[in-house]
Write a protein that binds this ligand. Structure first.
Ligand code: FMN
Length: 425
């Protein structure tokens, strides 16, 4: 064992990302990361590298949240309020992080959250995320606010999920559903925490908008990030033309760079549970609601026939001041019981965070920003490296905690350390 305190066996069994192959995808064992990724030891390291690589407005768009960033901060700090109570001398040699979710077996208890405009941060971003997720057998949720046609992503990874923001009018809702179904997606995620547009002051401050408006400042932002400008932006323009919003509706939307074109956000503030009824009637695949924070809504969702929910405050990007999903997770898990899987996202950065969320009632978690940073700086290899880091942490921490299966986790494995004011409870 040398000087390392790593238990025998863990040096090689860094991850257990094996199991069910995704149809149409040849699985290979994770290769050693390319040289430029070797200094990336934790998910947070991707952010440091991405800040140097991405133009200021684009990095600001990904990293930022709304108004004062209070929810963004709370998403992280809530995890720090719990510590583990490990058990020892448990035979953990056969531990597994495999999860059964919505009728499928996944290799790890985390997936890639839907993130809009990923193809602006990374060359062919959505495809890169989809392929790496398919290779690792974890779910990737493709955002509806994306710049690559959903049909292409479904072809690259037939197991990918599709996330939609509901168009305001029933005929547009049905048109979109038909297209998503025709492309072969089996799981539809409806994001329901966007009744009105959020106040993203940080975007205004950093010069980000959709579409981006050509300006001297934007040109300067690009010139100071030549690697991104050449290998992401110009490469995209040359090979694929100007990216457009492709998947908000059944038809093509606005370009990503334009002097005066307006993006069609459409009014959505009238949407309500009756629209969900319409969708549940029409969509025969698995249906997941994302953005649930109240246990009352979780129960209505369950009673409306959805197949799963994601407890989420949109990474702090909608209502500033919304509490961290981790804080409401136990009450929601309690309220819906085993009837439908409760998933969560927001601030998950470590394997220990994944395990805490599961101990507090989550069946599964999603991770957002780090995967887009990984795609930006390392393409598909970067995303695979990120998946591998997180999965390795989950496996190691399960061993150190003394659990063999995720179902063995419960709130008794945690101790509340302090409340949000930082004082002891
Ligand atoms: C750049 C970016 C774009 C996002 N776009 C979408 C989106 O199109 N649809 C959606 O449901 N959520 C979107 N989200 C929210 C994520 O799905 C997820 O809820 C959040 O990022 C999780 O928090 P984390 O980044 O701390 O892991 C976006 C988040 C980011 C960072």
């Amino acid at each position: 064992m040398g000087t390392s305190d790593t238990p025998r066996g863990m040096e090689r069994s860094s991850t257990d990302l094996e199991s069910t192959p995704v149809k149409g995808i040849v699985r290979t064992p994770p290769a050693a990361p390319p040289r430029r990724l070797r200094q990336v030891l934790a998910l947070d390291d991707f952010e440091i590298a991405a800040r140097r690589h991405l133009p200021r407005p684009i990095f600001g768009y990904v990293s930022g949240a709304s108004e004062t960033n209070a929810s963004l901060r709370d998403n992280r700090s809530a995890f720090g309020e719990f510590g583990f109570v490990p058990r020892v001398l448990v035979d953990v040699s056969k531990r597994t992080q495999k999860v059964e979710l919505l009728g499928r077996s996944y290799a790890a208890p985390f997936g890639i959250a839907p993130m809009g405009i990923s193809a602006l941060s990374a060359y062919r971003g959505d495809l890169v995320l989809a392929r790496a997720a398919g290779q690792a057998n974890i779910p990737m949720v493709m955002s509806g606010s994306s710049l690559i046609r959903l049909e292409e992503v479904s072809e690259a990874n037939p197991a990918a999920w599709f996330q939609a923001y509901l168009p305001g009018e029933p005929d547009r809702i049905l048109g979109l559903l038909e297209r998503v179904e025709r492309a072969g997606f089996g799981t539809l995620v409806l994001t329901v925490d966007t009744a009105v547009l959020a106040n993203r002051e940080n975007n205004v401050r950093s010069g980000f908008s959709t579409p981006l408006r050509p300006s001297l400042r934007l040109a300067w932002d690009g010139m100071t990030r030549p690697n991104w400008t050449l290998n992401t932006f110009l490469r995209t323009l040359l090979k694929h033309g100007m990216p457009h919003f492709e998947n908000s509706y059944a038809t093509r939307g606005a370009p990503i760079l334009a002097k005066s074109v307006m993006r069609d956000f459409g009014a959505k503030d009238h949407l309500n549970w009756s629209h969900l009824e319409l969708i549940r009637e029409r969509w025969k695949g698995r249906l997941v609601l994302k953005g649930i924070m109240a246990k009352e809504d979780a129960c209505i969702a369950r009673d409306s026939g959805v197949d799963g929910i994601v407890v989420s405050n949109h990474g702090g990007r909608q209502l500033d001041g919304a509490v961290s999903p981790l804080r409401v997770l136990p009450a929601i898990a309690d309220a819906v019981g085993d009837s439908i899987p409760v998933m969560m996202d927001g601030g998950v950065r470590r394997g220990s965070d994944v395990l805490k969320a599961i101990a507090l009632g989550a069946k599964f978690v999603f991770v957002g920003r780090p995967f887009v940073y990984a795609a930006a700086i390392g393409g598909e290899a970067g995303v695979s490296h990120a998946i591998n880091i997180l999965s390795t942490e989950v496996s190691r921490n399960m061993g150190l905690l003394g659990v063999n299966a995720l179902r063995d986790l419960n709130p008794d494995r945690l101790l509340r350390l302090r409340d949000s004011s930082g004082g002891p409870t």
